[in-house]
Design a protein around this ligand. Structure first.
Ligand SMILES: Nc1ncnc2c1ncn2[C@@H]1O[C@H](COP(=O)(O)OP(=O)(O)OP(=O)(O)O)[C@@H](O)[C@H]1O
Length: 589
């Protein structure tokens, strides 16, 4: 038999603990105390209602009208309190749930965004699929299920203790005649309820075990399907140009097929479990009457006693069967837990690989941008550059050229310190501003002002300055839309987006600017204008550009040509001064 694994409880506690130690712990603790108190009040009311059964049914049996109406009055009071408790129990639970979720979401978001984990996760993806889903869906499910299940468990335990005592007193002694005399079993109803629940729990665990994995997969397939739909929305124009609808459709249906097939398996397994739990629940209604009937027919107890005993039996059996009734939720909770733990483990593994890597990205005291002993690889282990050296001084302008796929952008990623498959040292002058304009201009969602000021946020530049920059980048027509929210990356042409990127450089005034094919969509005069702006408006700016165009040569003093088939080639148009050092695998020519 497989060993019962409780490590998930430890993992669950690991995730839960952080919130209960956070700055919100006092308020959260207060809310939890209120919910627990209401929960206990709930159980107390159940005990009172159980006693009420006795009086009410005995009154009916005695045809005692006064006692009957008296019992109805008691019931009204109990029911009123019960309603009040139920309303506030849910209200406080939801309040705690949303606060806890907010805290966890912020915590996960910070972890995901910190040190570019979102980027590395994508590059080093070994198991953490769809982090967006983990942050939105899984946290929500985790918080709500943890609360529901743990409060359910608490209620079950308190109910069990209260009603076991009641049932023990009510059930009397069962005497079984044997050949050599009689055996008396005190509290036999309690033993019967326990036996019934233990059998049910064991069978439920046996039938329901595969649900954990099925739930895990279901959530993953759902997220994959949703992600593919979002991708189409983001790339609708390209797909429309290609008329790629049928390919997209087969991709969607392929992904949905997995969701469908897994759901079918889930459904079948759940059907088996429901067969069992429903039978179990129905038998549980009649079972206590059957067990208590001998004492009723032998007139040891009255109708009220029978109903009260049956109800107490039901409660004991019900609380003992907590596992049976919650198995499906428990399976889902465990799947969610595995996904969140997987997310954390992936971040830990990124952190430890970062510690082990021999790459240093530092702010140095030297006034130059220095690259030394650089080795750049790919995830598959291939090496793009080895022993690469480069030194750039203030005011230099370097153009990196080379055939497509030769590694120019990857080199730029390494210069930015974001490429995890590198070794060596990159040093930028301390305290100086460095800006990278990537190949794909990124325009966030929001107003044009936010787009232009990205990533420094609004309020960092006056309106006049923004307008001036838009004019300089020949984007005057956008001035009236500074505060308009649009999907700008879909609305603006690629050339306009690239000019927005230049606008950002003018605004943020970096001393070191790296451009990866940042003018590929501009015509040549506009390209010249943009570079002219950088040179006139940004003093002592050092520029490193990647590009294919010949026209870029005239705009840079230095050139580095990369080609996998030959050594790096460096040329200096100034023909004077100190030449930056460079090399790769072989000596430079
Ligand atoms: N995330 C990645 N995973 C695996 N391989 C990658 C990844 N990114 C880049 N590569 C590979 O690294 C090589 C260099 O790519 P890179 O984008 O640096 O080339 P490039 O010279 O900038 O090309 P282009 O001029 O077409 O933009 C290519 O063979 C590419 O397939």
């Amino acid at each position: 038999m497989r060993k019962f694994d409780i490590s998930f409880i430890k993992a669950g506690w690991g995730l839960t603990r952080e919130y209960w130690r956070s700055t919100e712990r006092w308020l959260a603790g207060g809310l939890l105390a209120a919910i627990v108190a209401l929960n206990l009040g709930d159980v107390y009311l159940l005990v009172r209602l159980n006693e009420w059964n006795n009086g009410f049914y005995n009154a009916l049996q005695r045809y005692d009208q006064k006692a009957f109406f008296g019992a109805l009055g008691t019931f009204s009071i109990l029911a009123g309190i019960y309603i009040l408790v139920a309303v506030y129990e849910l209200y406080f639970q939801q309040m705690l749930e949303i606060r806890w979720r907010r805290w966890m979401t912020e915590h996960y978001l910070q972890n995901w965004l910190r040190k570019q984990h979102y980027y590395r996760m994508q590059l080093q993806n070994n198991g953490s699929d769809n982090p967006d889903q983990r942050i939105s869906e899984d946290i929500r499910l985790f918080v709500s299920s943890t609360l529901t299940l743990s409060l359910g468990l608490l209620k079950a335990v308190v109910t069990l203790i209260s009603f076991t005592a009641i049932l023990w007193n009510l059930s009397g002694v069962l005497t079984i005649p044997l050949a050599q005399g009689k055996v008396a079993i005190p509290g036999y109803m309690v033993w019967t309820a326990a036996g019934y629940a233990i059998l049910g729990t064991w069978l439920t665990a046996k039938i329901g075990r595969p649900l954990v994995k099925l739930n895990f997969n279901q959530q993953r397939y759902e997220a994959d399907f949703r992600f593919s739909l979002v991708r189409l929305r983001e790339n609708s124009e390209s797909v429309a140009f290609y008329q790629g609808e049928s390919q997209e459709e087969s991709n969607f249906t392929g992904r949905f097929k997995k969701t469908f097939e897994n759901f079918y398996k889930l459904m079948k397994r759940q059907k088996r479990l429901t067969w069992f739990t429903s039978c179990y629940g129905q038998i549980a209604i009649i079972f206590p009457f059957l067990v208590a009937a001998p004492r009723f027919f032998s007139r040891q107890i009255q109708l009220g006693g029978l109903v009260q005993t049956a109800s107490a039996f039901g409660k004991v059996q019900d609380s003992l069967s907590f596992f049976v009734s919650s198995y499906a939720s428990l399976a889902e909770w465990k799947a969610v837990l595995n996904r969140l733990v997987g997310f954390n483990q992936q971040i830990d593994s990124i952190e430890s690989s970062r510690e082990q890597t021999a790459f240093q990205f530092i702010a140095g005291n030297e006034p130059q941008f220095t690259v030394s002993g650089l080795k750049v690889g790919l995830p598959n282990g291939a090496i793009l550059f080895d022993n690469f050296e480069l030194k750039l001084r203030k005011g230099d302008s370097l153009l990196i050229t080379g055939p497509s796929g030769s590694g120019k952008s990857t080199l730029m990623r390494t210069f930015a310190g974001i490429w995890p498959f590198s070794e060596g040292k990159v040093s930028i002058p301390r305290g100086e501003k460095i800006l990278f304009l990537p190949q794909k201009p990124y325009l966030p969602l929001g107003t044009l002002r936010e787009v232009l000021l990205y990533p420094y946020g609004t309020g960092t530049a006056a309106d006049d300055r923004l307008k001036e920059i838009l004019s300089q980048c020949q984007l005057e027509e956008l001035i009236p839309y500074l505060d308009t929210v649009e999907n700008w990356s879909q609305l603006l042409s690629l050339g306009e987006q690239q000019r927005i990127a230049f606008g950002r450089a003018l605004l943020h005034q970096p001393q070191w600017l790296f451009l990866d094919e940042a003018t590929s969509a501009l015509d040549e005069p506009l390209e010249r204008t943009m570079y002219g702006l950088l040179q006139t408006k940004l003093k002592d700016l050092t520029i490193v550009s990647i590009g294919h165009r010949q026209t870029l040569l005239a705009l840079h003093q230095l050139r580095l040509h990369i080609d996998k088939r030959s050594p790096l080639h460096f040329s200096d148009a100034r023909q004077s001064g100190e030449i930056p050092r460079y090399s790769r695998r072989s000596t430079a020519s």
